[in-house]
Design a protein around this ligand. Structure first.
Ligand SMILES: Cc1ncc(COP(=O)(O)O)c(C=O)c1O
Length: 405
């Protein structure tokens, strides 16, 4: 009786929210591991590196210096100034501290935007494959997700024509990540210019550019932000954070750079929710942005080596269609060639969910179904793991899929 009552008292909001598939897969992998199976987890989007020592030291110093109190809601001025310096240095973008809002991770920045900018029924174009949380966060704010899909044959990058076709009078926002989770794809400046040309025709659309993988970009050109196009900068929001480039996932620190009216609205929202991010972490984050970037560059070099290693290993397995993504730390191979095949007990792989389950149980490797990212023909590998682990994972997968008939 108690259970029924509790269930009916849950809000409609939480009832219609999907659970994060990446977190679910990580839990399944932990459960199998706890039963004694040698599980390799390539399911979470988390660097395997530790936070660089000089950033940890800065946090310890900030604690000793008394940074233990509430900070201004949008963040300490020291950090907001450091973010402005970084945006100018790395991206050629001019912002002032009153256009910056620091939050508990980039995830909260996106939640602030959804809650502050959307009304019930507003359409949000989400370039698909998309990061798992966009859809649910946008729905939380009342938004209607509109998925615009690009498959592996277009390197998972939505074209300007596709964008133009998806826009309606109700479109209020566009959100995408570049470099992208889950595909590792990254828009070139030319491709961004084509998207911008479409957006110029629709001034009601706010562009949310999630650039959290900025520092994990293997192109010689490096990262280019869509905010560097002046014609749309006054309605573009850059979201970024410390989790990926500085291996600071557990610190929960992210930020957005936006027109002042949007920054103010997000600050108002955050003022009622969390009052802002932790004080000593913010001081360390300011130091991270303005001090030695070598550890960040070294991590990028390691990711690129691992990407090449995993591409090489997976492309030798029949049935895997792999592209070469220029950023982030994910591969997103198309595995639909396995659909319709059966394991030794006659269980048929109907879709990517079945494939991941088969790989988890028969290769003891945890990867995530593409369904969670809006692309049911693919699966996501996170290669934020050592070379040895990646080699072992690929070898186990090759043996497991060879048994599918
Ligand atoms: C594209 C993208 N945006 C945002 C986030 C969230 O980052 P944070 O840890 O700063 O909340 C992630 C984390 O996986 C991500 O992949």
């Amino acid at each position: 009786m108690e259970t029924i009552k509790q269930t009916t008292q849950l809000s409609k909001r939480i009832t219609r929210m999907a659970e994060s598939a990446t977190i679910k897969m990580a839990q399944l992998a932990r459960d199998l591991k706890a039963q004694g199976h040698p599980v390799i987890s390539l399911s979470l989007g988390e660097p395997d590196f530790d936070t660089p020592q000089h950033i940890k030291d800065a946090a310890v110093k900030a604690l000793a210096d008394g940074y233990t109190k509430y900070t201004p809601v949008p963040g300490l001025i020291e950090l907001r100034e450091a973010i402005c310096t970084k945006l100018k240095r790395d991206n050629g973008l001019e912002y002032s501290p009153n256009q910056i809002v620091v939050s508990n991770g980039a995830k909260q920045c996106i939640a602030n935007l959804s809650l502050a900018l959307l009304d019930e029924g507003d359409e949000v174009i989400i370039f698909t494959p998309y990061w798992v949380s966009y859809r649910e966060i946008m729905r939380l704010g009342g938004g209607n997700p509109v998925h615009v899909n690009a498959g592996i044959d277009q390197d998972f990058k939505v074209s300007a024509r596709q964008l133009a076709e998806a826009i309606t009078p109700k479109t209020r926002m566009l959100i995408f990540s570049s470099p992208c989770n889950p595909t590792g794809s990254s828009f070139t400046p030319e491709e961004l210019a084509e998207l911008v040309a479409v957006l110029e025709e629709h001034p009601q659309i706010i562009v949310v550019s999630d650039e959290i993988y900025e520092y994990i970009n293997f192109t010689s050109q490096g990262h280019v932000s869509i905010a560097s196009f002046d014609s749309i900068k006054d309605r573009t929001v850059v979201v970024n954070g410390f989790s990926k480039g500085f291996a600071m996932t557990g610190w929960r620190l992210g930020y957005l750079a936006a027109p002042e009216w949007i920054a103010k609205a997000c600050t108002k929202m955050q003022g009622q929710f969390t009052s802002g991010a932790n004080a000593f972490g913010q001081m360390a984050a300011a130091y991270a942005l303005t001090s030695n970037m070598k550890p960040t560059q070294d991590m990028k070099v390691a990711y690129q080596r691992r990407r090449d290693l995993l591409i090489d290993a997976l492309s030798k397995i029949d049935g895997f269609k792999v592209n070469t993504p220029p950023g982030a730390f994910y591969l997103f191979p198309d595995i639909h060639a396995f659909f319709g095949k059966a394991d030794v007990d006659g269980n048929v792989i109907e879709n990517a969910d079945d494939f991941c389950e088969y790989i988890l149980h028969h290769a003891h490797v945890a990867i995530v179904t593409g369904t969670a990212f809006g692309e049911p023909n693919c699966v996501r590998f996170s290669y934020a793991a050592s070379d040895e682990i990646l080699k072992e994972a690929a070898s186990r997968i090759a043996k497991a899929v060879a048994k599918l008939k």
